[in-house]
Design a protein around this ligand. Structure first.
Ligand code: GLN
Length: 191
């Protein structure tokens, strides 16, 4: 099975290494037609305005939406989570708008620009997920079809809606591959 990694900007190399460690192919995605050969797509962290602008320019925005409608799974981490959301607080930047959620960018404030937290995620089994947040967003409101998998206080940091997965932090920067394995299972219809 192939899980593509959107490779326009940001932390795509680390996601590819993680996916390969999990035993799936991880092609870099830059052109719309490359999406025809993958069961899932990871949108990495980086700068959501830059990634969104490049997606529009390269014809990827419409193609990702149509592949998602056909059943391709999509996992957005950090900037990728912002791009998945239907609403972005105080911003009209380009987005996929697939997940029924409102995100806020750089939401944890200046004191907490970058921090780590241990998250308990029932779907991933025993043992906390050590989450690395870097100028991270969070989900501040979500529709009824969105299930919350983890939160920091009131703020949603992992969410799933059907074959869409979003996390506010960077799982590819740790050794813990459980979220990637969970997403691979989602993409193959086993989770
Ligand atoms: N702050 C970035 C944005 O708003 C996201 C940061 C990240 O992906 N680590 O796009």
């Amino acid at each position: 099975m192939n899980i593509g990694v959107l490779a326009l900007q940001g932390a795509f190399r680390e996601h590819r290494l993680m996916l390969e460690k999990c035993g799936v192919g991880a092609p870099e995605i830059r052109r719309p037609e490359e999406l025809d050969a993958v069961a899932g797509l990871i949108i990495p962290g980086g700068e959501s305005t830059t990634i969104g602008k490049l997606m529009v320019e390269w014809g990827l925005m419409e193609k990702v939406k149509s592949r998602a409608a056909e059943g391709m799974a999509v996992y957005g981490t950090c900037a990728g989570m912002i791009l998945l959301a239907r609403e972005i607080a105080d911003s009209d930047q380009p987005r996929l708008g697939l997940m029924d959620a409102r995100v806020r960018r750089n939401a944890f404030g200046r004191q907490r620009e970058s921090f780590e937290a241990d998250l308990h995620v029932k779907e991933l089994g025993a043992g906390p997920v050590k989450a690395i947040f870097i100028r991270a967003p969070y989900i501040e409101a979500a529709g009824p079809d969105v299930s919350v998998m983890a939160a920091v206080g009131e703020h949603i940091v992992i969410a799933r809606q059907g074959k869409l997965l979003a996390s506010a932090f960077h799982p590819e920067l740790t050794e813990d591959d459980r979220l990637h394995r969970y997403f691979i299972a989602m993409a193959s219809g086993q989770a």
